[in-house]
Design a protein around this ligand. Sequence first.
Ligand code: HEC
Ligand code: HEC
Ligand code: HEC
Ligand code: HEC
Ligand code: HEC
Ligand code: HEC
Ligand code: HEC
Length: 363
Amino acid sequence: MQFGLSLLLIVAGFIGNDQCLSCHEKQRTYLSTAHHLTSQAATATSIAGSFAPGKNILRTSQRELHYRMEARKDGFFQTGILGTPPDTISISERVDFVIGSGRKGQTYLYWGKEDQLFQLPVSYWTEVASWVNSPGYGDRSLEFSRPVAPRCLECHASFFEAVTDSGLANQYRRSNYVLGVSCERCHGPGKQHAELNAPGAPKPVDQAIVNPAKLPRDRQLALCSLCHGGIGSAKAPAFSFTAGDALEDFIRLDIPKEDEPLDVHGNQVALLERSKCFKSSTMTCSTCHDVHLRQRDAAEFSEKCMGCHKVESCGLFPKRGRTIVGKCVDCHLPNQTSNVIFSTHDGVRIRPKVRNHWIKIYR
Ligand code: HEC
Ligand code: HEC
Ligand code: HEC
Ligand code: HEC
Ligand code: HEC
Ligand code: HEC
Ligand code: HEC
C-alpha cells in the first residue's frame, strides 16, 4: 500500500503490518518471506530482471518479434517490437506491479485504459536468470492484453478494490490496494486487538484476533486453502473471506477424485490430504511450516517427520541405515515438474519444479 490504509479498510478494522510489528518484534522475520514479497510496487530492487544493454532483450520464436526492457526516468518499461526496420510497429507499457517473490520467477502488471490491470508479456525466470515469455501468452504475436482477474490478486495480494458496475472484469480503484499477503490476511482485522493491548490497558480476556492454531483443524486448512487449494469458482467477491471463516461460503473448490491426477503446482492442500500421514494424524500445514520464517532447508523439514516417525520405520532403513537421516523429504515429498505452467525462453519451453505434498512411497 502506497499512501497509508484506505478508508474502506480502516472502517473494516484493518491496521496494517507496521502496527502489528510494533508490538510483535519476534514476527519481524515475516518481512523476508515469500508471502510478504509476493506482490510489490515496481522498483529497481523489486524487479529481478536486468535492464543492462545486452541483457534487456527477449527474442521470441517469431524472428520478427522481440521485446526490450528499459529503465527510464518515469519508470520501467516493456516494449514489444514487430517487423524489420523501418517497417516496425511497437507497443510500450510501464511496469506498475511485480507479482512473485522471485523464488521461481516474477510476472509484471500494468495499469491500462479505464484503470484496467493487465499482465505484461515478458516475465522473469529465476532458474535461467533471464527474461522469458509470460505464461499464458503465446510468443508469436505482439500482445499486451491479458486481463488480471480478481482471483489472481486475491492469492497474491491482500486487497484490491474491484470496480464492478462497469462490466469490466479487471477494473480496480488505482489508489486502493494492499500488496503482499499481510498479517491480517491470516489473522483477521486487528484494530480492536491493538486497542485492547494499548499501554496501560488491563490484560484482555479475549484477544479479539484470530490465532489459527486455536481454530479447528478444518478451519486452519480452509485459511491456507484460500490460496493453496486450487483456483475454484467464486461464490462471493474476492477479498471477502477473513481468517476463521468457512471457505465453502466464499469459493467452491474443485475436489479432485482420489484417482484423478493432480498437478504439483497450486494445490498443496489436496495433495497433503491424500497422504496417509494426514489421514492417520491431526497434521496441519503448521506441523512443518512456520509461515513467519523463510524456511528453505530440506534437511530441517526432515526433522519434522521425526515428530511421528523413527528413522528405523523407513522401509529402506535395513539396507541404507542412517544415511537416510535428513533426507526423508527428498524421497517422500519430491520436487517434481509441473505440467500446467510453462513459459518459453529462446523458443524452448521451461517448467517449474514444485514440492509434491503427497507424502508417500515413490518408486
Ligand atoms: C499494542 C500492542 C499490539 C499490537 C499493535 C498487536 N498486538 Fe497482537 N498481541 C499483543 C499482546 C500483548 C498479545 C498477548 C501476548 C502474546 O501472546 O504475545 C498479543 C497476542 C496476539 C496473538 C495471539 C492471540 C491468541 O489468542 O493466542 C496474535 C495471533 C496476534 N497478537 C496477532 C497480531 C496481529 C496480526 C496484529 C496486527 C493486526 C497485532 N497482533 C497487533 C499485542 C499487540
Ligand atoms: C492470501 C493468499 C495466501 C494465503 C491465505 C496463504 N498463502 Fe501461502 N502462499 C501464497 C502465495 C501467493 C505464495 C507464493 C509466493 C511467491 O513465491 O510469490 C505462497 C507461498 C507459501 C509457501 C512457500 C514459501 C517459500 O518460501 O517459498 C508456504 C510454505 C506457504 N505459502 C504456506 C502457507 C500456509 C501454511 C498457509 C495457511 C496458514 C498459507 N500459506 C496461506 C498465498 C497464500
Ligand atoms: C488460487 C491461488 C492462486 C491464483 C489464482 C494465482 N496464483 Fe500464482 N501462485 C500461487 C501459489 C500458491 C504459488 C506458489 C506455490 C505453487 O507453485 O504451488 C504461486 C506462484 C506464482 C508465481 C511464482 C512465484 C515465485 O517466485 O515462486 C508467479 C509469478 C505467479 N504465481 C503469478 C500469478 C499470476 C500473475 C496470477 C493471475 C493471473 C496467479 N499467479 C494466480 C497461488 C495462486
Ligand atoms: C500466511 C498466514 C500468516 C501470516 C501472513 C502471518 N501469520 Fe501469524 N500465524 C499464522 C498461523 C498459521 C499461526 C499459528 C501457528 C501455529 O500453529 O503454531 C500464527 C501465529 C501467530 C502468533 C501467535 C504466536 C505464538 O507464538 O503463539 C502471532 C503473535 C502472530 N502469528 C503474529 C503475526 C504477525 C505480527 C504477522 C505479520 C508480521 C503474521 N502473524 C503473519 C499465520 C500467519
Ligand atoms: C510433512 C511436512 C509438510 C507439511 C505438513 C506441509 N508441507 Fe509444505 N513443504 C514441505 C517441504 C519439505 C517443502 C520444501 C521446502 C522448500 O523448498 O521451501 C514445502 C514447501 C511448500 C511450498 C513451496 C512449494 C514450492 O516448491 O515452491 C508451499 C507453497 C507449501 N509447502 C505449502 C504448504 C501448505 C499450504 C501446507 C498445508 C496444506 C503444507 N505446505 C504442509 C513440507 C510440508
Ligand atoms: C503428525 C504425525 C506425522 C508426521 C509429522 C509425519 N507423518 Fe508420516 N505417517 C504418519 C502416520 C500416522 C502414518 C500412517 C502409519 C500407518 O498407517 O501405519 C504415516 C505414514 C507415512 C508413510 C507411509 C505412506 C504410505 O502411503 O504407505 C510414509 C512414507 C511417511 N509417513 C513418511 C513421512 C515423512 C517423510 C514425513 C516428514 C516429511 C512424515 N511422514 C511426517 C504420521 C506422520
Ligand atoms: C532414498 C529414499 C528414501 C529416503 C531418504 C527415506 N525413505 Fe522412507 N521409504 C523409501 C522407500 C523406497 C520405502 C518403501 C520401502 C519398501 O517398502 O521396501 C520407504 C518407506 C517408508 C515408510 C513406510 C514404511 C512402511 O512399512 O509402511 C516410512 C514411514 C518412511 N519410509 C519414513 C521415512 C523417514 C522418516 C525418512 C527419513 C528419516 C525416510 N523415510 C527416508 C525411501 C526413502
